[in-house]
Design a protein. Structure first.
Ligand SMILES: C[S@@+](CC[C@H](N)C(=O)[O-])C[C@H]1O[C@@H](n2cnc3c(N)ncnc32)[C@H](O)[C@@H]1O
Length: 287
């Protein structure tokens, strides 16, 4: 019988285990956990060891690496990601999109072409849905152009929530009251996004650090990649820049989070200082 005074010992993650896991997870996702994140990582590893009843880090790590379906790697990835986001976060970039970027792109396209936007990472969807609302509310071209918004994330839980379109008060509190009224209905303490907007964004699972996942993402006019590269190290940021270069059309733009910079990562893009924001552009002349 267990002694109620003495808590039963759970799985322990040693320094060596942490380093092994850190290296493995980095290779799979590009995410670089610094030692300062040790508590965050250990807590989640212990929870997954318990959930899978593998009992020790060593058995769990073997299970994780050799499970053919990859389900446990996905479960673990879902708990290791940081999904912080909200509507109209870094709004100045959406303003830049409608006032500077899209007019420039539309000016050099024939009217029948599509305008394609890729938003990665989507997290729970607030960012791509903000883009859709911003276009509807602030871009006259929306009636004339066929705009496609695709949004991706590595985390399957956030994608499920994004598709459902149910948001908390915390998520929506930067939205103007008339947008809230127009696009949402209250459901208890939450807000349900209308079907028209939910259907305006296609959500897909993509690991940005996995070439097999990103290979079919091509011919985008604009990419939003905000608040992801901060979790990467220099090598994975550089690989992400190469991926974005391949995914963009000539003359396409990329928007990063306010603390992220492409100039420090790659020389593939030109810096564009628009009045509203600094963004990066793939050259028009190259293929
Ligand atoms: C802090 S959120 C940023 C969400 C949104 N772009 C924003 O700025 O509000 C970071 C997201 O990156 C996703 N992520 C982490 N590694 C990824 C990878 N290798 N590929 C795709 N998404 C990834 C996480 O699942 C998480 O949802």
């Amino acid at each position: 019988m267990s002694n109620p005074q003495k808590p039963e010992a759970g799985p322990v993650i040693s320094d060596e285990d942490f380093l092994k896991f850190k290296e493995f997870f980095y290779r799979r996702t590009g995410i670089d956990f610094e030692t300062s994140k040790r508590y965050f990582v250990d807590k989640r590893l212990v929870a997954r060891i318990e959930a899978t009843q593998t009992n020790t880090f060593r058995s769990y790590f073997t299970f994780l690496r050799f499970q053919a379906s990859g389900d446990e790697l996905q479960q673990l990835t879902n708990v290791m990601t940081v999904n912080e986001t909200y509507f109209l976060r870094e709004e100045y970039q959406f303003r830049c999109l409608v006032d500077s970027i899209l007019p420039e792109i539309a000016g050099r396209k024939a009217g029948a072409e599509q305008i394609r936007i890729w938003c990665i990472p989507s997290s729970t969807g607030e960012e791509p849905y903000s883009i859709a609302m911003f276009l509807l509310e602030n871009w006259p071209g929306i009636n004339q152009w066929d705009v496609e918004i695709i949004s991706s994330d590595i985390d399957t839980n956030v994608l499920r929530r994004a598709r459902a379109g149910r948001f908390s008060e915390r998520s929506i509190n930067k939205l103007p009251a008339h947008w809230l009224k127009k696009y949402f209905t209250s459901v208890g303490e939450d807000y349900q996004l209308c079907d028209d907007l939910r259907q305006a964004v296609e959500f897909t699972r993509v690991n940005l650090s996995e070439a097999r996942d990103t290979a079919k993402y091509r011919d985008f006019d604009v990419i939003f990649c905000r608040n992801l590269l901060i979790y990467f190290d220099d090598a994975s940021r550089k690989a992400a820049a190469d991926t974005f270069y391949e995914a963009l059309k000539p003359g396409g733009y990329i928007c990063l989070g306010h603390s992220e910079s492409m100039s420090r990562t790659s020389s593939l893009f030109k810096v564009c200082k628009f009045p509203e924001a600094i963004v990066y552009q793939k050259s028009l002349e190259l293929k």
